[in-house]
Design a protein around this ligand. Structure first.
Ligand code: FAD
Length: 476
């Protein structure tokens, strides 16, 4: 019996795709940087089916590439071009197994879309705080496998911090049941952390137990112009202190990103005019009912609080101008600008994209060094270093000069090098939240501590001795 027939027997014909045209959406990445070919797309609907696939893979030396929502930005879920690999998509494993308001936790299958988990939590008057622009397409299995970050890390931590337990299928088909909802469980090595951020190289995550939080019933959101990135770093400390540490998001956005979003999406103008050199999109949030109760004049106490904080920051020179959302529509409009930043730069150009992090104390030094290095190559490029200042994580992206540049393709490599030169000087990380995937394998090999790298390889060999699981990703 052929392997395809055996897989069809496991899955049923409706859950395996072998037609080339139908495979296409699984074979290209979001940015268009990676394009692969596959022998088939496998769409299991249960852990038992994943287990059978992994047993067959081991027996017949089949290469398996796990995939969730295929929104990853480092080529981690895309097979190579050989056409011999099998994409194992978890998209149809999207059931909610249980939710417990009492334990503030939920057990969900890997293919559940992030946005559906927001809605699920909301239905139970709770909050699932992992939040990123790809929320309508990315899956919790992919979020776990990349240890995704997003806009609320500074308050709630990254995906790793939100996970209580996992169910994982290993190469060969064994199911590892780590699916606990316990908050404390010091029973030996905490193995779930191998698979979180493992980018599908060590096992297939089929289900996860995730933490839930009280719903922030009061929120205030603002866009504040700042004179330079260091003012943003200092403003963060001010806002944290004055708000009682309820900062949910703190995103830096430079002039050029506002201008590009406005150009690509005219319905999303920057609310500050003229567009400032730098601005912070910030949000504070609380479940304290006192902050949600409207004042007699109808104003919101949390909005007043943010107004006072920004007024003080204006006095100290950290803020030059600000606009505070007065209702949910205005708040959504502010976030729409931020969430459309990646799509806008993609439409505008083939940008140089990075996902770096530095300590907050090095943030402005990095930003200035990288900007200067890049401007030496071309003073007219548009620097779009935006993102999660609160975590020291900036997507220091560079877009070609307005009007286009015939030599842009040649400049891109030098611009990458210029940004990374600044990063290395500040001892930062080459991947803050997107992972290594296929994109940064060489960089990781060159930069990671050699003992750590050897330990990673030993773990990989233990769990996947034949190297069948997501080959070419993370490690050589
Ligand atoms: C517009 C946009 C904005 C984004 N913003 C952010 C952001 O703010 N923060 C951030 O961290 N990321 C961001 N991303 C990147 C991306 O959304 C995240 O990496 C996300 O976690 C990937 O989830 P996914 O389901 O799409 O995974 P995929 O892209 O399908 O896979 C990602 C990796 O995980 C592996 N994998 C997937 N599912 C499983 C599984 N069940 N078991 C084992 N391995 C698996 C794959 O093999 C691959 O290596 C953004 C992407 C886009 C397009």
């Amino acid at each position: 019996m052929s392997v395809i027939q055996a897989l069809t027997d496991i899955l049923s014909p409706k859950n395996i795709i072998i037609d080339k045209g139908d495979m296409a959406p699984f074979l290209d990445d979001w940015r268009g940087n990676y394009s692969g070919a596959a022998a088939a797309i496998l769409l299991p609907v249960s852990t038992a089916q994943v287990s059978e696939i992994m047993a067959l893979a081991d027996a017949h030396d089949l290469y398996i590439v796990p995939q969730g929502g295929n929104t990853g930005l480092v080529g981690g879920g895309i097979p190579d071009q050989s056409g011999h690999m099998f994409v194992l998509s978890l998209a149809r494993m999207n059931k909610v197994r249980s939710i417990s308001p009492e334990n503030r936790s939920m057990i969900v299958e890997a293919g559940c879309l992030l946005e559906s988990l927001h809605n699920l939590a909301d239905e139970h008057d709770l909050h699932f705080p992992l939040n990123l622009a790809a929320k309508g397409s990315c899956s919790i299995g992919g979020n776990l496998s990349t240890n995704a970050g997003g806009i609320n890390v500074l308050r709630y931590g990254n995906t790793r911090d939100l996970c209580l337990g996992l169910e994982v299928v290993l190469m060969g088909g064994k199911v590892m049941n780590l699916l606990t909802s316990l908050r404390k469980d010091n029973t030996g090595y905490d193995l779930k952390h191998l698979f979180i951020g493992g980018e599908g190289t060590l096992g297939i995550i089929t289900a996860a137990s995730m933490k839930l939080f009280p719903k922030p019933t009061a929120r205030a959101t603002a866009i504040a112009a700042i004179p330079h990135p260091q003012a943003g770093v200092e403003l963060l400390a001010q806002v944290k202190k004055a708000s009682g540490d309820i900062v949910e998001a703190f995103e830096i956005m430079p002039h050029d990103i506002f201008a590009i979003v406005e150009k690509q999406f005219p319905q999303l103008p920057c609310p500050l005019k003229p567009i400032p050199a730098f601005a912070i999109l910030m949000e504070i949030g609380s479940s304290d009912p006192e902050l949600a109760k409207p004042n007699d004049d109808g104003t919101s106490p949390i909005t007043q609080k943010l107004e006072m904080i920004l007024a003080d920051a204006f006095e100290t020179g950290h803020v030059l101008d600000a606009v505070i959302a007065q209702n949910e529509t205005q708040r959504t409009a502010m976030w729409d600008i931020r969430e459309n930043a990646p799509e806008s730069t993609k439409r505008e150009s083939t940008p140089v994209n990075t996902d770096i992090s530095v300590t907050l104390s090095d943030f402005s030094r990095f930003y200035e060094l990288a900007s200067n290095n890049v401007k030496e190559i071309d003073p007219e490029v548009r620097i779009c270093g935006y993102g999660h200042l609160g975590d020291g994580n900036v997507h220091f992206n560079v877009v070609e000069r307005l009007g286009g540049d015939a030599s842009w393709a040649q400049k891109r490599g030098a611009i990458f090098d210029a940004i990374y030169a600044a990063l290395y000087e500040c001892n930062g990380s080459i991947s803050a939240e997107h992972g290594i995937g296929a994109m940064k394998v060489d960089q990781l090999a060159a930069l990671k501590d050699p003992v750590a790298l050897a330990t990673m390889k030993a773990i990989k060999t233990t769990l996947d001795p034949k190297g069948l699981l997501n080959p070419g990703k993370v490690l050589h």
